[in-house]
Design a protein around this ligand. Sequence first.
Ligand SMILES: Nc1nc2c(ncn2[C@@H]2O[C@H](COP(=O)(O)OP(=O)(O)OP(=O)(O)O)[C@@H](O)[C@H]2O)c(=O)[nH]1
Ligand SMILES: [Mg+2]
Length: 518
Amino acid sequence: MWALRAAVRPRAWLSRVVRKCPALRAAPPLPPCPLRALAALGPGDLQGRGGGGRGPRADGRRSRAGAEEEEEEEPEDAEEEEEELLRSEPVLPAGAQRVCLVHPEVKWGPGKPQLTRAEWQVAEAEALVRTLDGWSVVETMVVPTKTPDRKLIFGKGTLEHLTERIRGLAGLTAVFLNVERMSTPTKKELEAAWGVRVFDRFTVVLHIFRCNARTREARLQVALAELPLLRSNLKNDVARLDGRGGGSRYIMGSGESFMQVQQRLLKEKEVKIRKALDRLRRKRQLLGRQRRRREFPVVSVVGYTNCGKTTLIRALTGDAAIQPRDQLFATLDVTAHAGSLPSRMTVIYMDTIGFLSQLPHSLIEAFSATLEDVAHSDLIVHVRDVSHPESELQKASVLSALRGLRLPAPLLDSVLEVHNKADLLPGYSPAGPRALAVSALLGLGLEELKAELEDAVLRATGRRVLTLRVRLAGPQLSWLHKEATVQQVDVVPEAGVADVTVIISGSAYGKFRKLFPE
Ligand SMILES: Nc1nc2c(ncn2[C@@H]2O[C@H](COP(=O)(O)OP(=O)(O)OP(=O)(O)O)[C@@H](O)[C@H]2O)c(=O)[nH]1
Ligand SMILES: [Mg+2]
């Protein structure tokens, strides 16, 4: 869920990212850079950075805004320094894993999750595992617990029974314990008891994010989210060294122990990452301002992960270079794509990162700034996978996350719901207003959706459809072509005039009246 500029990277850089993440499930090969540049223009950067200028301005004119605001100079070695910050070992092992999924079910008490059901949480955890290439769930165990906050999560008897079952599973290589975050001592004890590596949801989601992050901002955000893990690993390493009498020793002449040096290095790394992120964020904000000045209406497409946001944008824009994938968190970078509505009005669709219920907190914190752009859009489209058994719960998590973004009230009130994957539910029709059923995959219901989008965008942006009489000899007609969307021109030759139907913003209409006051 988050917005950022998809930078066009040199090919070598892309292949390095892919190589670093061998565990990602069969992601289709990245298209060559020029294609990617077309598919993933950054917010507002509609000329693309070296991307060949496929902007909504089909007339090939350059935007006015570009020169008006100075771009902040990036320090020369910024990119190199960022690459250095991003260099670290993957958090999960490479290669195939045979996983036992253990889901602690809290049946009662304050720890009982609201709204969710064990089967759904289990299905979601299984989907997370399946997202990683070569990983499979060989056994799923839903294990009751009254004490999820205790060090070992389960009561003594339950844990013994669980350990026996896990130890009895042939060929097991890891356990995915479906808790948000596990402390290092818990992890160590469980690994010792079960004889395989144990991961929590934070680690698994983080690894998926790491594999899917493409842009500098997304990669830096993952690196920031990774720091708590590095800190707890450090404690672990130091405890081990201490056992051998090494961890608390002073490094010769420095007056600092190994632990202190490592902590200082991590702190310095955090400061550098935050600084680099700030720099990229300021750039994004600048691009956003420029985009707003260009006055293309912006439609943010949000929704639960895997609901079909990217597929819908591909269908609405006809941009075949956009790559949807049957994978959780396929989209990690917010990208902008130009499309046109029935009246030929150009809108920018922002593809965003998907929501997940119980997304680990530090990941939310690391990525939340990229959702800033949603707050600046003119309309939000909430895509829902209505074929999903827990579609209502997914809707509730998305709405609660949207409320958390403190969006302007009119934007929140005007959310348009798109009920996607209707092809999987023959005869489906949405209940309630402001909702439309579509199949983004099969292209069903898209014309109705575009018409609805157009109405909603006109309402939200104060644009109007007007028919203006202009003199053919004067500059009005070409001015309108530049500053508004011309829908129709009816020439009245005997009078030397034309009736021009346009979609025009309030400010452009004001300018028109001032320039041509007859
Ligand atoms: N049957 C059916 N499948 C669809 C439809 N729309 C999308 N899908 C499939 O759903 C899967 C996810 O689609 P995406 O468009 O990548 O979903 P997303 O919401 O962008 O996912 P993330 O970026 O991971 O959050 C893909 O396998 C799509 O082919 C639809 O209308 N019908
Ligand atoms: Mg997507």
